[in-house]
Ligand binder design. Sequence first.
Ligand code: SF4
Length: 426
Amino acid sequence: MSASVAQIGGGCADAPVLRERGQREVFCGLTGIIWLHRKIQDAFFLVVGSRTCAHLIQSAAGVMIFAEPRFATAIIDERDLAGLSDANDELDRVVAKLLARRPDIKLLFLVGSCPSEVIKLDLSRAAQRLSQVHMPQVRVLNYSGSGIETTFTQGEDACLAALVPIMPRSPAPAGKSLLVVGALAEVVEDQFSRLFAAMGIEDVAYMPPRKSVDLPAVGPGTRYLLAQPFLAETARALEARGAVRLPAPFPLGAEGTQAWLQAAAREWGIGKDRFDAAVAPARARAEGALGKFRNELGGKKIFFFPDSQLELPLARFVARELGMNVLEAGTPYLHRQHLAEELAWLPAGTRLSEGQDVERQLDRCRAEKPDLVVCGLGLANPLEAEGISTKWSIELLFTPIQGFNQAADLAELFARPLVRRMKLAV
Ligand code: SF4
C-alpha cells in the first residue's frame, strides 16, 4: 500500500501529512457502548449483531447484550428476503420482551453491526416501526457501530448524531445558550459548569445528557463547544439545526482547558478580569500539579498510533505541557477544521500521519525506539514483548481526563507505564 504526502494549511498548521491506506488495527464502533451506556442512564443499547459482537462488548465491558446472537447469525446464513422478514419479527419480539422487563428504559438504541450491515437489515426502518409501537414510553433510535471502515470512537459520533434530530427546537428568538458536545465524566461536567457560572455563563447544557428525557434544545442561538475531537457527524447535524461551533483546542491539559473556556468567554464578551478571576486559580493548581510529571517525562520520546482520534490533542499536550518529544502523531482521520487550533499548537516538525499501514508504521516506530507508544490493544502486547512501553489509547476514553483538575491524572496515564518498566528493570 502506497503512502503519500499531502499539504494542509504557527506549528503544524501547514505541515505535511503522511496519508496511509493499508491494513489497520482498530476496534469497531460498538466499543462506544462501554462508556455511553454509563453516561445516558435511561438508555439501552441493543446490538443487532453476531456472537463476535456480543463477545466484544461482554469481554470488554461486561455489558449485557439482549440481541440473540443466534438471531444475527441466522440472518447471515440466510440472505434471502424470507430470512429478513423473520429477522424483523425476531427483533420486534426481543424488543417487546426487553421493554416489558425493563420499564426504566426510556430510549432504546438499535445498534447496527457488520453482520446487520452486510445483510442490509434496515435498522432505521425498524427503529421507526418500534417507536410507533412503544412511544410515548420508549423512543427507539438506531445507529451503526459497525467496524467496516470505521474506528471505535465513531460509535459515539454516530450515537450522538442520531440524537440530534430529536432534540427540542429552542424557542426563537432565543438568547444564546452554550452546548458542550461529547461524553464527559459527570465530575468533569460539574467542574465545567462551576467555571462557566463563575465566568457568568449560566445557560449551559451537555450532550449527551445524563437522562435522555432531558435532551437539550438546539437552534440558531446555540453555541457549541466540542469536548471530543471525533464528532464530525454530530457537528454537521447540530449545524444543520442552526447551532454554531466555537473554534477551540480541546480541553486537555491546563493550556487546552483555558483556551477552550476562553472560546466561550470571547463569544459571551466576558472581560479579561472576570475570566481570570474565574479560571486562574484552577489553572495555577493544574500547572503546579503537572510539574512533577514534567520532570519524569520531559525529553522522553513518544509515538502515537492512530486509534482514538484523540491523538493530536494528546500529542499537543504532552509536547507543550510535559516537554515530551513526539516522534509521530497518527490519527485515523484528520478533521482539519475541528483540529485547526491543535495543529497550530503542535511543535513544528512533528510528523503527522492519517490512516494506517500498520507494518510500515511499526517499522518507523521500531527504528526510532520511542520510550512510550500510545496504541490500540492489538499492538500493545507485541510491542511490550519487544521491550517498548505502551499505553492503551482506549483507557483515555474511560478515564476522566478533561479539564484543569484532571490535567495531572492525564499526565500520570503517560508516566505510569514508564515508571512500571523502570521498576521491573531494577
Ligand atoms: S461490529 Fe463488526 S467489527 Fe465489531 S464486533 Fe461486530 S463483527 Fe466485529
